[in-house]
Design a protein around this ligand. Sequence first.
Ligand SMILES: *Cc1c(COP(=O)(O)O)cnc(C)c1O
Length: 465
Amino acid sequence: MPFKTKTIIEPFRIKTVEPIRFTTREQRAAALRESHYNLFLIKAEDVLIDLLTDSGTGAMSAAQWGGMMQGDESYAGARSFFRFESSVRDVTGYKHIIPTHQGRAAERILFGTACRAGQIVPNNTHFDTTRANLEVLGVQALDLRCAEAAQPDLVAPFKGNIDLVALERCLEENAGRVPFAMITVTNNSGGGQPVSLANIRAASELCQRHGVPLILDCCRFAENAWFIKQREKGQAHRTPAEIAREMFGYAAGCTMSAKKDGLVNIGGFLALNDDALAARCRNNLILTEGFPTYGGLAGYDLEALAIGIKEVLDEDYLNYRIRSVEYLGEKLTAAGVPIVRPTGGHAVYIDARGMLPHIPQSEYPAWALSCALYLEGGVRSVEIGSVMFGRQPDGTEKPAPMELVRLAFPRRVYTQSHVDYLAEILLYVNSMKQRIRGVKLVEAPDQLRHFTVKVAPAHGSLLVD
Ligand SMILES: *Cc1c(COP(=O)(O)O)cnc(C)c1O
């Protein structure tokens, strides 16, 4: 047997570097005040380690940059479109591949074409833009998380699964009112947790029995396929590409933000098998995104995406990526920091309610924690809790099921020493957590409020001196 190292190294060497800027604690305190304690409003150059999102923040490969030089910028019928189409079709198996500038455009076009007010769309957990794009049409976005998902510290292999009993009930009780069901892989808002092949297959069968199409929100399809390979019985010998193809095969189409597992900085697509629906979506696309062979993207973007969506299925890449996230999770768990377990594909989620029981949910503990992480270490994270999800469509306030701080890992950007630094900061903040205090909302828009909300410390300052 050849010697096997314990260390999983980054499966790339660095060809281009981008400096990151160190700031003082005083500078960060000022930046927080000036940005109304909203990390979305902070200047990126004031951030040292940026874990706000894994969306569009990845590093492209030399092959992708090379591909960009081959971009065909013809308005219609560009060569780059056909490369993109054939690559995406190869990965997904779907007939109609419609480019969009990002995931939410695919959502808006599909929902705007296929949904009517008064309908209902079930999903394992709707992502924020998915929910908002349905609700703006008067469609109810129903989350059907499996029971395990509600227990942050319960270690289970597929906590992203949809609740099949609830799905069946939803389909029975709302016959004629469900235009399609959705499954989000991996389950982003539910902790980046994977969905099993068995769960997708069973959901697909239920949907078929009720004549309802199933649509995958497939932003992290490759990470999901990797988890299936690692954790699902009988899957270990298959390639991530084979597993992904089977996942896609259970659905009638997908919406994709290629800023995730497309390994590009901008891009997305809608893919469908249904000819008539695809034709209507293309017409809808022309209204706001552009001609159906570019969909709001440059020819060079399509080239980068055609290459990225294949690279993401590389096993060494997926092993390094999932392991980096798990490595941070292990360090936090060892130090007693409560996190969603097991760690998901693209992020570590800190359970802020568990970590800061002294802050009531009405004072947004996860938001307060994300501000503290920035103040102490220049780390930017994102709240996934009651600021993001607390406002109901009727204007009332209801606490979110969990108060999480998400540390999302950009793809191929940070190395193990960055992760070690992160762990040190997190452990330090954990050691002084009694000093962190709650926050209040000062000014908030009605929809997707976390992006622009103005926040302030609820008790004068973020930390007790
Ligand atoms: C990012 C994301 C979207 C929206 O995609 P954008 O490219 O940001 O518009 C939709 N669903 C999920 C699960 C996502 O992670």
